[in-house]
Write a protein that binds this ligand. Structure first.
Ligand code: 7TS
Length: 405
């Protein structure tokens, strides 16, 4: 089966849109991906035919909704190759997933314990750990990046020690697209007796992730970056570690028995899923995984890599353009600036041409501070983008240079 780009594009209704009277060129996929009809249909189908609360009704609708939601969990489990379905916690997204773990660790950390965090993290993989450290007296240590945005593994070796409880890094940087050597990081951390959380928000729809083979302790992602709905995501955790962590929220569904004298908690995954969840979102997440499986992540990765190489080559022809994190191991993200131009101005001009990019700090201020810049223009590609669209981007960037410089 070849990669049928026309057929794939036809799956995404939004790609037919015009923006400012120009065909939409959507290059903000790192912020959120577009949704195929299969996912939109799954949401409509749930609300049209299945809508009921789950895990609690004896009636048919509730059973059907529960089955659909739990089937989605099975799909996610298989996609990430977790050992047990209880290890897949449905959350509101990566931010929520990381907060569940960071909150849980508050009761496990002692003053002087250490957490190592990457320098190129999204704020959602920094702030929850700072909060945990503030409350426990644990210390946050920063694993530095080099000029190419790559984590310095020799520095990790010297940061790891008997006090290290956790190493938390992203699989792929959202600001740069650089892929981190997480296999090595996990191995090094484990050798030092530390646990590892990998923020996979930018990886999971571009790289095949096998949490069992990685032997990772926690892995997080958001469905909306994987062609799924917003407001739903995943926390994978090793069963014995999730059992160790206290619940994040109290409420319905996360309990076994409630007495005013005390409450006992439900088993996994429900212990971390208090309240009525995003049922439609979970089902839509399952549909997104099915959709990605049908195309094949390896095919997606190869196609996107080809787009990345093409766009990198073409953009480099633009005078004064600098790409941050220009390394071989990358997802299809290009973060750049043009000498003398503010990223916001470039982004605004591109928008006028129907091209959606993100500009600014990308919720990764330490990366911008590292490079001493206010932000970047970030073009992030997906498997439904084309080289023709990249040609239009390059033309647009050249036009911005001519108009603004
Ligand atoms: N971690 C990484 C690496 C991310 O890229 C993002 C979102 C998050 C965590 C947070 O995910 P959420 O779904 O909980 O919001 N990144 C971006 C971005 O790069 N542009 O917009 C959102």
């Amino acid at each position: 089966m070849g990669f049928d780009i026309d057929k794939i594009r036809a799956d995404f209704p939004i790609l037919l849109r015009q923006v400012h009277n120009k065909p939409l060129i959507y290059f903000d996929n790192a912020a959120t991906s577009q949704k195929p009809k299969a996912v939109i249909d799954a949401l409509v189908h749930y609300y049209t035919h299945l809508n009921a609360n789950i895990h609690r009704g004896v009636h048919a609708l509730s059973q059907e909704a529960t089955d659909a939601y739990e089937q989605a969990r099975d799909g996610v489990k298989t996609f990430f190759n977790a050992q047990f379905r209880e290890e897949i916690i449905f959350t509101a997204g990566t931010t929520h997933s990381i907060n569940i773990v960071a909150h849980g660790f508050r009761s496990l950390l002692n003053p002087g314990d250490e957490i190592i965090v990457g320098q190129a993290e999204h704020h959602s993989n920094i702030v929850p750990w700072q909060m945990a450290c503030d409350l426990t007296g644990a210390v946050l240590k920063v694993l530095p990046i080099d000029d190419n945005g790559q984590l310095q593994l020799d520095a990790l070796q010297s940061l790891l020690g008997p006090k290290t409880q956790l190493v938390v890094v992203n699989h792929v940087s959202n600001a740069l697209g650089t892929i981190n050597p997480i296999e090595k990081i996990i191995e090094m951390a484990h050798q030092a007796g530390a646990k590892v959380l990998i923020d996979g928000a930018q990886a999971s729809s571009h790289i095949q992730v096998d949490v069992s083979a990685l032997n990772v302790d926690f892995y997080t992602t958001s469905a909306h970056k994987m062609c799924g709905p917003t407001g739903v995501g995943m926390l994978y955790g090793k069963k014995e570690l999730l059992e160790l962590l206290p619940p994040y929220q109290g409420g319905g569904e996360m309990i076994k028995e409630v007495y005013f004298q005390g409450t006992t908690y439900a088993g996994l995954p429900h212990k971390f899923e208090a309240g009525t969840p995003n049922i439609a979102g979970g089902i839509g997440f399952g549909a997104a995984i099915e959709y990605l499986n049908e195309i094949g992540l390896d095919e997606i990765a190869a196609y996107e890599h080809d787009l990345l190489l093409y766009a990198t080559e073409e953009l480099k022809q633009v005078q004064g353009l600098r790409i941050y994190g220009d390394v071989p191991l990358k997802t299809a993200v290009i973060s750049f600036n043009i000498e003398g131009l503010h990223p916001y101005d470039v982004g605004t001009l591109l928008d006028q041409m129907g091209i959606a990019v993100r500009t600014g700090q990308h919720c990764a201020q330490p990366v911008m501070d590292f490079y001493g810049i206010p932000g970047t223009v970030r073009a992030s590609f997906a498997f439904y983008n084309t080289k023709d669209e990249i040609d239009t981007l390059v033309k647009g960037v050249k036009r911005a240079v001519n108009m603004l410089l």
